[in-house]
Design a protein around this ligand. Structure first.
Ligand SMILES: [Zn+2]
Length: 191
């Protein structure tokens, strides 16, 4: 039984996440397909489900947003699209980046690394490490932070915990083959 806490959200909003740059204004319950969700309504909790992608919360005094950002979302521009909807200037936002698969565990094809680098307007070396076999390992946190900074967000807080390295604590798509558990992120404006 959960204890009711002062300021705890009364309602929940969620998306059918699809690795897109589609953004929805939140209402109670299902909000359709998309990967960016935002609200100005106090007490309405935005929710995300992730396994290796980055859950991002951007909040200011008047609005909060939740963003699902894997490599496809980063390439599609989901961060830019979501911030464009917010009434709060990017410079007045704080951003929190939750646990995601780390570069230690995220080997990708070279063309994927190139797409993420292009979308981030950064050299591949800035958003990926190269292993001994010459294969890129994307740093999703780093790419998301670069994109947020280029959009004007200055206060960025990263929880640099790798989902795959911490499979005893967190769900990882790559680390838990056949399992379908997801990590949950909630964000809301207090009333
Ligand atoms: Zn790892």
């Amino acid at each position: 039984m959960l204890q009711q806490l002062d300021g705890a959200p009364q309602n929940l909003a969620w998306l059918t996440q699809c690795h897109s740059a589609d953004v929805r204004s939140a209402s109670i319950g299902a909000c359709g397909k998309g990967d960016g969700l935002w609200t100005q309504q106090p007490g309405l909790a935005l929710s995300l489900v992730t396994a290796d992608c980055v859950p991002i919360v951007c909040g200011g005094e008047r609005a909060v947003a939740a963003i699902h950002a894997g490599w496809r979302g980063l390439v599609a521009g989901v961060i830019r699209a979501t911030l464009a909807e917010l009434p709060t200037p990017a410079s007045e936002l704080d951003a929190w980046l939750g646990p995601a698969i780390g570069p230690c565990c995220y080997e990708v094809d070279e063309d994927v690394a190139a797409l993420v680098a292009d979308a981030t307007e950064a050299p591949i070396a800035d958003i990926a490490t190269i292993d001994d076999a010459g294969r890129p390992h994307i740093d999703l946190h780093r790419a998301a932070e670069c994109q947020l900074r280029s959009l004007g967000v200055e206060r960025i807080h990263r929880i640099d915990v790798c989902t795959r390295c911490n499979a005893d604590l967190l769900w990882s798509y790559r680390g838990s083959p056949g399992a379908n558990g997801r990590n949950l992120t909630f964000a809301w404006l207090s009333g």
